[in-house]
Design a protein around this ligand. Sequence first.
Ligand SMILES: Cc1cc2nc3c(=O)[nH]c(=O)nc-3n(C[C@H](O)[C@H](O)[C@H](O)COP(=O)(O)O)c2cc1C
Length: 272
Amino acid sequence: MKLSNKYFEKEKNDYKYLIDSLRRDVPEYPGWLQDFAPEEEYQMNFKSEKDIFSMADVVDIKDFWNVDLPKFNLAEALVLRESTEISKLNSIWSMEEILQLMKMALSTGKRYKNYKGQKIPLRNYPSGGAQYPVNIQILMNEDVGFFDKSDNYYVFPDIGKIVKAKRNNLKLRFTDIFASSHYNSSLAESIKKVPMLIVLSINLKDSFEKYHYYAKELAYIELGHVAQNIQLSATALGRHSLPLGGILDDIGREIFNQINDNEFIVYGIACG
Ligand SMILES: Cc1cc2nc3c(=O)[nH]c(=O)nc-3n(C[C@H](O)[C@H](O)[C@H](O)COP(=O)(O)O)c2cc1C
């Protein structure tokens, strides 16, 4: 059920509100100097094995840098890439394909840069200041090898690992995180058959130190790069995908107990 307009004022439905906020946020010259220009002194943080040890409820860990990648043709993947409607996303990926997707789209452990004597891992997609504010989680609707539908999966691209962690809230279903399943009954039926969802969230705690308010825009731009890599990699693997804006943060944070107060869910890629 959708809320009716007559019960409240929708300031954000006004085009002027949108234009005013764009005018405030666009990087113009005086604003750049005041708000956007990056700080010179900041901390570079990245994930290591010890971040996994500090996580509660870890059940198992899988390396995705070990998996062999198939030969593929980028020009072909670019030309064939498309979004597949939700009702057709019902073929089940193998565990190996999921690991290959992570390696192709996210990282291989081959590239690093040096920041003040620190070896910083780099990924297969660009990131403003190599701050990597985008986090990747996987939610399964099918059991395939390491992956099963009752646990949560947190991807660690800096070390090439996927962590399986116990889900606390088992009442929520796979379909609940999709906005449309709450008000569109025919889509809700199709979503029940989608085998896997990749959930993208942003955590601006570290990038804020360098970019302040601009960290938000940088993270959204980067999210698009991540999603593009995921969609192209899925195409290269002969599989289908659908990027989805309608992935719910409030439900997602109930499902993924590791999502903290600094982190917000903004996007998803349904795969099938
Ligand atoms: C930011 C973004 C959000 C999207 N959200 C949805 C969505 O909620 N539901 C949906 O069916 N498609 C969604 N799409 C997919 C678009 O409908 C699709 O990309 C568009 O129709 C063009 O088709 P193509 O990707 O096959 O070229 C989204 C795409 C983007 C880039």
